[in-house]
Write a protein that binds this ligand. Structure first.
Ligand SMILES: *Cc1c(COP(=O)(O)O)cnc(C)c1O
Length: 394
């Protein structure tokens, strides 16, 4: 069953629809585009729903988790999968919980405090990467939707702080921490060409650091942040060009045994849809508005990123009421939700041929940072339903 058919047949709205078969096919394509020395981890925070994590199992090399909650949930869902534990502000309880799980294969250490806490708590060898906040020159981050590095941020460590950690790691009391390499996640929303420039910077910097300190840094994790183009739902990040570029990069660094990436958004965004219905169509001060059931408390993505969420209209011919059907034709419509705030907007002045109360809207590109980043409790509306399509299985 296609997502469109499923959305038209739903009896309860709003609802999230996920196409797990499409997700697996996409992840397999991504994997096939990457060189063998590249490990693919999925950043669980993009969408941690259990069926999504399970669908990716076997297609990704592991999962990146950024909290004790994600750690417990991902491990319970895919118990045999390797995990990388990142995130700023790891609490003592989270550090202790992660140390109890052998599935945690890598730690992304974000500060000297964390390094000290980990060394003091570890009762077994722990493989770590130091998370670096590197300046990325040459306008490499131009166009990034979010920048976690290359500027003042609470993420990772500046290069001089990394040097301090190297000195600590060589001192007594830190024997259990095995430094494997460097982690950096500097920006999100980057095209393949931009990602490659950033990856080259991170790998080059790591190689220089290793040479300077005569350290065997065999691993580099260059993070996630592969762009999703919400303005063109059919567009995809150019994994082929990215994979070819990484292949060239690896050829220049034969000592690098593992280059890891940890995309979130670009893996799952395209496999999720949010279906709802138009409750009302209104004309206000010269503009048309469609008010839908649900809103940004279910799908916050357009509000946080400031974009129009792409959608298609699923016409519904039935209008069971004796009063006139509110409608707009050949116009631009702002699609808002049920919340009492002007920020509850899913799409702004989107062109529509016809839109009537009772019609359904199917928002695409809603499989990442959508439901799980939304403020569900605001105004106490009901939660959406969730449907996982898997080929012919429903
Ligand atoms: C959020 C995050 C990712 C994934 O970012 P996307 O933009 O979803 O690809 C990867 N690594 C770290 C450390 C993150 O915080």
């Amino acid at each position: 069953m296609t997502v469109r058919t499923a959305a038209a047949e739903l009896t309860e709205l709003p609802a999230y629809l996920y196409d797990l078969a499409a997700l697996r096919a996409h992840a397999a394509e991504v994997r096939a585009a990457l060189p063998g020395r590249v490990e693919l981890y999925y950043a669980a925070k993009a969408n941690p729903e259990a069926p999504i994590l399970a669908a990716l199992h076997g297609l990704v090399d592991g999962y990146e988790v950024s909290s004790g909650g994600e750690l417990a949930h991902v491990h319970a869902t895919v118990p045999d999968a390797p995990l990388a534990f990142g995130g700023p502000g790891k609490s003592p309880e989270e550090i202790a919980a992660a140390l109890r799980l052998p599935a945690v294969r890598r730690w992304h250490v974000e500060s000297e405090r964390e390094l000290r806490a980990l060394a003091a708590t570890a009762d077994r060898p722990v493989d770590i990467l130091l998370r670096a906040n590197l300046p990325v020159g040459d306008g490499a981050l131009h166009g990034a939707a979010l920048a976690m590095g290359g500027r003042p941020t609470p993420f990772g460590m500046d290069p001089d702080r990394i040097e301090d950690c190297l000195a600590l790691l060589a001192s007594p009391g830190f024997e259990r921490l095995r430094l494997r390499g460097v982690h950096a996640h500097l920006a999100s929303g980057l095209t393949a060409a931009e990602q490659l420039r950033v990856a080259e910077r991170i790998v080059g910097w790591s190689a220089d650091l290793a040479a300077l300190h005569r350290l065997p840094l065999h691993e580099v994790n260059v993070g996630g942040g592969m762009a999703v183009d919400y303005g063109d739902p059919d567009a995809r990040f150019d994994w082929t060009a990215f994979g070819e570029g990484l292949d060239r990069l690896l050829a220049r660094h034969p000592g690098l045994t593992t280059l890891r990436i940890e995309p979130g958004r670009a893996l799952t965004a395209h496999c999720g849809w949010y279906a709802t219905e138009v409750l009302d169509v209104k004309h206000s001060h010269g503009e048309d508005f469609a008010v839908v059931r649900g809103g940004t408390h279910h799908l916050r993505t357009p509000a946080t990123r400031g974009h129009s969420q792409p959608f298609t209209v699923l016409p519904v011919e039935d209008w069971p009421h004796p009063w006139p059907r509110p409608a707009a034709a050949d116009t631009r419509v702002t699609v808002s939700g049920q919340l009492c705030t002007p920020k509850d907007v899913l799409a702004t002045r989107a062109p529509v041929a016809e839109l009537r109360a009772g019609d359904r809207l199917l928002f695409s590109t809603a499989g990442a940072y959508a439901w799980n980043i939304s403020h569900h409790e605001f105004l106490m509306h009901p939660r959406p339903a969730f449907h996982y399509l898997d080929g012919d299985r429903r």
